[in-house]
Design a protein around this ligand. Structure first.
Ligand code: ADP
Length: 189
């Protein structure tokens, strides 16, 4: 008879750009590796910050990763023996990530999900809000408002070619060259 694995879980790390989501994901990945757990790290092909095959933070922390183009492709690459499945830039994967993360957790994996819960237009950004509802643990981080230094739960797009099309996920790629963190008071209504 096959030995059943421990029950898995979903842990969400979320917030606006610059909140330290990738840093926190990489911190947990590092701790799991130190503890001898088998870790697989994924990001989306749309995230070109560190070049292919690396998760990177805005301050240059990094870890090898696999780039995939959909939640289904991610699911197909998960090794049955992986203890921890870490997914950065989860907002790029769309609604399909909810079922994939839930199924991976049912199979016994610890699924770490980091991604934006808000668009640069200040609207909820799926699939993070749904994953937050279904997770065992949620850490909602804040950035620092570049105007006043308060906690920022939003980010705005500042580049001149700023597109209005928030539905296009590829419009959410970039760093300090294109975006600024803003508190509620300094988020343009
Ligand atoms: P995220 O994945 O949430 O976009 P990262 O983990 O990549 O964030 O980067 C977080 C780092 O970005 C911070 O530790 C800090 O050094 C840097 N940073 C740059 N601008 C800001 C800001 N406005 N607020 C907070 N951190 C910022």
């Amino acid at each position: 008879m096959a030995v059943e694995r421990e029950a898995g879980r979903i842990e969400v790390i979320t917030g606006p750009m610059f909140a330290g989501k990738s840093e926190e994901l990489l911190r947990r990945v590092r701790r799991a590796s130190i503890g001898g757990r088998r870790v697989q790290v994924f990001t989306h092909v749309l995230d070109d910050r560190g070049g292919a095959h690396r998760v990177t933070s805005h301050v240059g922390l990094e870890h090898p990763s696999r780039s995939v183009d959909s939640a289904g492709a991610l699911a197909a690459e998960v090794a049955p023996a992986a203890d921890v499945v870490a997914i950065d830039e989860a907002h790029f994967f769309g609604a399909g990530l909810v079922e994939v993360a839930s199924e991976l957790a049912r199979r016994g994996h610890t699924v770490l999900v980091a991604g934006l819960d808000v668009t640069f237009a200040g609207r909820p950004f799926e699939p993070l809000p749904t994953l937050m509802a279904l997770a065992e643990r949620v850490d909602k981080l804040t950035a620092i408002c570049v105007v006043c230094g308060r906690d920022a739960v939003y980010h705005v797009r500042t580049s001149p070619e700023a597109a209005e099309d928030v539905a296009l996920v590829s419009e959410h790629v970039g760093g300090v060259d294109k975006y600024e963190a803003r508190c509620r008071r300094h988020f343009p209504a």
